[in-house]
Design a protein. Structure first.
Lengths: 336, 290
């Protein structure tokens, strides 16, 4: 891994997730002269000011022009630079969707999109600044690796892994601080491999982004309150998704709940459902997320509570799914 | 690089060969974007055969000049140009648009050798060109980036985002063209969406604008020479007034020939028309060349 630094929970509690990205980018910039940073009038918001300060010649602010942002980055990548471009997820995935698809993905170029303010994390800004469709949009673009890190430490890992891996990346991170999930960056992050955060046999919660922390809290509570052993998978890579971990969850626990700060249509839940259905193995299944409506305005944690993607919402969903009646034998031949 | 008479004659000969190859490819494919393919062809001929620093045996040579065909639907004449140069087998043109071919209407930079950017969706090329121009500057390289837009394409707002950034970043190592054939799919450009005052728009964005006859090789060379000699910090935009379908009289300046089919009869008439057109162009060289 480039740089060889280790990010810890201390960094993660003193820095917002985007600030950690900003630090990671400086680290990459120092090690690799071909790394450049671009933004569309969101240098402050996306926390890439440190890079701008240290490498002013390698920093490009194209103004409020996301389509041009992506095109310029594509041209730079074509010429051998490694652009990291940052803007809000909503604009990266929708305003510049054609450029993301054609210029970055179709050409399969080595450019990394760091999409900030994802999901409903820019809560008070309302739905114009919430990104509840970006996973659906981006995971259907060929060649694109899509990552939704659970916290600041995982964001650091994802950014470093993106540099090491040729091809276009879309990494969606939240605005502000994320609750700390990982104590340090040395937990074996690997693109396309889910992290088993808690082990369990009664039910599996597959989550991404800020919902992973909520899922772990729910699992802890349910172990104490209901005696349930719940597996929590941090499915940080939405594409390519970890099919093996999903099918193992079906086989081992037969109950799956997905949780994401994204529309329940097209995102993590859909990606997991596709794998489950294609496996031919049945299981109780519930998707938690934004229920195909525009989310309310408010603090991110309040919106998450309203949508039922916080620990309380997840606990309620687990109790509901635990009521589902399933055969518990190992004979899969008589299943659906 | 002043144009000598012999050079001019050579470029006319090459342009004529490429026009024929474009028509042949359209005929083999059954149909193609021949109108815009022929309007832009003199620009491509002049760039690839007089100005651009490229190595056919090393297509990814990092110091090469870049060419970005933002009006990607002119892929039929771009393909002819690249195959004729030897980047790809000329026989590949016989597969143009056919199932399983590496070549379709819009060329894919990962499949067709020599293509610097995959284009097709309009309004992308100039941004990519700004990116390669900025990369060249950052890497201390002196290659140039050429980008050709269609005039109808200029309806896309993204071009103007790119234009603003080219001027802001003073990308004078980038030379831009608009193939101003005044036609688009649904009609004349001015009828569908008024572009005029077109040159004034580019000037207002901060470009130095040269308006020329884009199917006149001498004027093209003079404009490109002017851009090479530009010592200001403003990028140059060459607004090349062209004829859609240039060289085949019965399709010229007709927006209905944005995309069209050539059957045996039309093909024969087209070949004859190109021959006549070539004669006229040579006569013009004889008259005007010094």
């Amino acid at each position: 891994m480039a740089g060889g630094m280790t990010y810890t929970a201390v960094d993660s509690t003193s820095l917002s997730t985007a600030e950690i990205y900003g630090k990671a980018l400086v680290e990459l910039g120092r090690a690799h002269p071909e790394v450049v940073a671009l933004t569309a009038d969101l240098a402050k918001s996306t926390k890439i000011g440190d890079f701008q300060k240290e490498f002013p010649d390698r920093f490009f602010n194209v103004g409020i022009a996301e389509q041009n942002l992506f095109g310029v980055a594509a041209g730079m990548a074509k010429a051998g630079l490694v652009p990291f471009l940052s803007t809000f997820s909503q604009f990266a995935s929708l305003r510049a969707a054609d450029q993301l698809s054609t210029d970055l993905c179709y050409q399969n170029i080595n450019a990394k999109v760091i999409a900030t303010h994802s999901g409903t994390s820019f809560g008070q800004a309302g739905s114009t600044h919430h990104a509840i469709t970006d996973l659906a949009v981006t995971r259907s673009m060929p060649n694109l690796t899509v990552i939704c890190p659970a916290d600041g430490v995982e964001t650091y890992n994802a950014v470093m892994a993106a540099y090491e891996t040729p091809g276009p990346f879309y990494i969606r991170i939240n605005r502000g601080f994320d609750r700390v999930l990982y104590k340090d960056s040395d937990y074996g992050f690997e693109i396309g491999k889910a992290v088993t955060v808690t082990e369990g046999t009664d039910l599996t919660i597959i989550a991404c982004g800020s919902c992973v922390f909520q899922a772990v809290q729910a699992a802890d509570f349910l172990e104490k309150a209901d005696g349930l052993k719940i597996r929590v998978l941090d499915m940080h890579t939405i594409k390519p998704i970890d099919k093996e971990a999903i099918i193992k969850a079906v086989m081992d626990t037969r109950r799956i709940i997905t949780v994401e700060d994204h529309n329940v249509l097209g995102g993590l839940g859909s990606a997991v459902a596709e794998v489950v259905v294609e496996s031919g193995k049945g299981c109780a299944f519930k998707k938690l997320g934004v229920p195909d409506k525009f989310a309310p305005i408010g603090l991110h944690e309040d919106i998450m509570a309203d949508l039922g993607i916080d620990a309380n919402g997840i606990i309620a969903a687990v109790r509901e799914v635990m009521k589902a009646d399933f055969e518990l034998d190992d004979d899969w031949d008589d299943e659906v | 690089m002043p144009l000598t008479k012999q050079e001019w004659l050579n470029l006319e000969k090459k342009a004529n060969e490429l026009r024929n190859l474009t028509l042949d490819t359209t005929y083999w494919a059954g149909s193609a974007h021949i109108g815009g393919g022929l309007s832009v062809l003199d620009i491509m001929t002049v760039l690839y055969h007089k100005y651009m620093n490229i190595k056919v045996d090393d297509p990814n040579w990092e110091d090469r000049d870049r060419f970005i065909l933002s009006k990607g639907h002119a892929g039929v004449s771009y393909a002819a140009t690249l195959c004729d140069l030897g980047f790809n087998d000329v026989e590949m043109l016989k597969t143009f648009n056919l199932s399983g071919s590496k070549m379709g209407m819009h060329l894919d930079s990962n499949k067709v050798v020599g293509v610097d950017a995959s284009t097709g969706s309009l309004g992308h090329g100039m941004s990519i060109a700004v990116g390669t121009a900025l990369a060249a500057r950052l890497q201390g390289k002196d290659y140039k980036t050429f980008v050709v837009l269609g005039d109808g394409e200029c309806d896309e707002g993204s071009n103007w985002e790119a234009a603003m950034s080219a001027v802001h970043y003073k990308t004078t190592n980038m030379i831009s063209f608009v193939d101003r054939n005044k036609c688009m799919i649904d009609g004349r450009t001015e009828d569908v969406m008024n572009l005029e005052p077109f040159c004034a728009k580019w000037e207002a964005f901060g470009f130095i604008v040269k308006e020329i006859d884009g199917n006149n090789i001498k004027e093209l060379c003079e404009a490109i020479d002017f851009a090479y000699e530009n010592k200001t910090d403003k990028p140059v935009m060459i607004v090349a007034n062209t004829l859609k379908g240039c060289g085949i009289d019965f399709i010229e300046d007709d927006y209905l020939w944005h995309y069209g089919a050539f059957d045996d009869d039309k093909y024969e008439r087209g070949k004859k028309a190109l021959e006549e057109s070539y004669k006229k162009r040579i006569a013009r060289v004889e008259k005007e060349a010094k």
